[in-house]
Design a protein around this ligand. Structure first.
Ligand code: AMP
Length: 425
């Protein structure tokens, strides 16, 4: 026999026991987006490679090692998007949103692709929700961004999150910090891990991000970015922290937080969940005032965040924050004899057309097996039609919660079901 084909490494099938939780997450995101004034956009899954190499930065792990890039049949270099921010800014520029009242607040969601080493909470295809505010340089827009993400988790019933915040400076002050850090690392380069050594020249800030205990210890006394900020970045950071305190947000400054994407300026933040293990970031975001210019547009300040849906769901499961019960079928129509099949099909059609979820049997099961099936799918009402009911123009109406069954005229079934549905609203 031929070997069965499996899904590619790093991808997952989201099956029925989980997909309803995803629908709930997106429902909450949609509600938060409405309440915070973000409009949804649906953007392409692939883009020109240049968008990411110029936007995210050539020396980042994402661009250097993780992109799914290919040449299409028209000889263009195309990349499956590894994140959404660059596409959001491209779309903003391409559709002249700069001429709309600012800021323009957009949100979107969908699959992202990164060739990473798969493990719990880290996949090669994963889904993000992404919220961006374009056109506002005001630090209070950063506060709103962080508040938006926290509101999503709050409404999902997730708690015990750690909000970490830092500033990564701007093109004016970052080079000063970068060279101070390089001097510090250079003096002990041999003691760092191989990855840190390779980042030393091209992307030294990422050395601060290394999770290896040896490197962490070495950078404990490293220069701190907050000490090198220029006046503008310092007052921006102070306003963000004041704003967060003012809305009662629980956050902590983490001067090692640098994030993996080059476009960040000033604010960078992450939200961590203990339930996630080593891949513990449920959300990452910050400000990117130079991204629009990097991809060929004018200066457009921006701030936003992305949160991975797999990690949101893992956190919800870890905390037992379930959005109620998995939605099931309300009504099951049982055809208790072969002649009743057509009548059952017609009743199920009618029930569904009134917006009540209903199902029936197509497997010619015996009456007992159909009743078992009804209870296993969680049906609350069962309508039974057999030869006796066909003759008398009735339907056996069984309330599965109370166990009470009574015959009612066929003509009254819909009214009973509609009243029952109203009562349980
Ligand atoms: P980033 O775009 O790297 O700032 O990541 C933002 C968020 O997306 C992270 O906090 C995670 O929740 C999620 N995420 C990033 N990479 C992955 C991945 N490979 N698998 C699953 N989730 C991811």
């Amino acid at each position: 026999m031929m070997e069965a084909i499996k899904a590619p490494r790093g991808t997952r099938d989201i099956l029925a026991d989980e997909s309803w939780k995803w629908a709930h997450v997106l429902k909450i995101c949609r509600e938060v987006a409405r309440d915070f004034g973000y409009n949804e956009v649906l953007l392409p899954i692939f883009e020109h490679t240049e968008l990411f190499s110029r936007g995210i930065g050539d020396t980042t792990d994402v661009v250097e090692k993780e992109m799914y890039t290919f040449i299409d049949r028209g000889d263009r270099s195309i990349t499956l998007r590894p994140e959404l921010t660059a596409s959001m800014v491209r779309s903003y520029l391409e559709h002249d949103m700069i001429h709309q009242p600012q800021p323009v607040k957009l949100w979107g969601h969908g699959p992202m692709f990164r060739y990473e080493r798969p493990q719990k909470g880290r996949y090669r295809q994963f889904q993000q929700v992404d919220f961006e505010t374009l056109g506002a340089a005001n630090p209070l827009a950063d506060v709103e961004t962080i508040d938006t993400s926290m509101e999503i988790y709050r409404r999902l019933g997730i708690s015990n999150l750690q909000v970490l915040i830092n500033s990564v400076g701007c093109p004016e002050c970052r080079p000063v910090f970068r060279s101070a850090l390089q001097n510090f690392i250079g003096d002990r380069l041999g003691d760092f891990c191989e990855t840190c050594q390779s980042r030393f020249e091209r992307n030294p800030l990422r050395v601060l991000d290394c999770k290896k205990p040896g490197c962490k210890e070495l950078t404990e006394s490293a220069p701190v970015v907050l000490d090198s900020l220029c006046g503008d970045c310092r007052s921006h950071f102070d306003m963000v922290t004041s704003g967060l305190s003012r809305i009662g947000a629980d956050f902590r400054t983490d001067n090692r937080l640098v994030r993996g994407l080059d476009y960040y300026t000033k604010t960078a933040y992450e939200i961590l969940a203990g339930e996630l293990g080593s891949q513990n970031a449920v959300c990452g975001g910050g400000r990117y005032d130079n991204l629009a210019e990097a991809i060929g547009g004018p200066h457009v300040p921006g701030v936003g965040f992305a949160s991975g849906i797999e990690r949101i769901v893992l956190t919800m499961e870890g905390q037992g924050a379930y959005p109620g019960e998995k939605p099931g079928t309300c009504v099951y129509v049982v055809a208790a004899s072969p002649e009743a099949g057509l009548e059952a099909a017609s009743l199920v059609h009618e029930i569904r057309s009134k917006g009540i979820s209903a199902d029936t049997d197509y497997m010619n099961r015996a009456l007992k097996a159909q009743m078992k099936r009804a209870s296993s799918i969680g049906a609350e009402i069962v309508c039974i039609i057999g030869s006796e009911e066909m003759e008398s123009g009735t339907v056996g109406f069984k309330d599965m919660t109370s166990g009470v069954q009574e015959p009612i005229p066929r003509s009254e079934v819909m009214a009973r079901l509609t009243a029952w549905k109203e009562a349980r609203r």
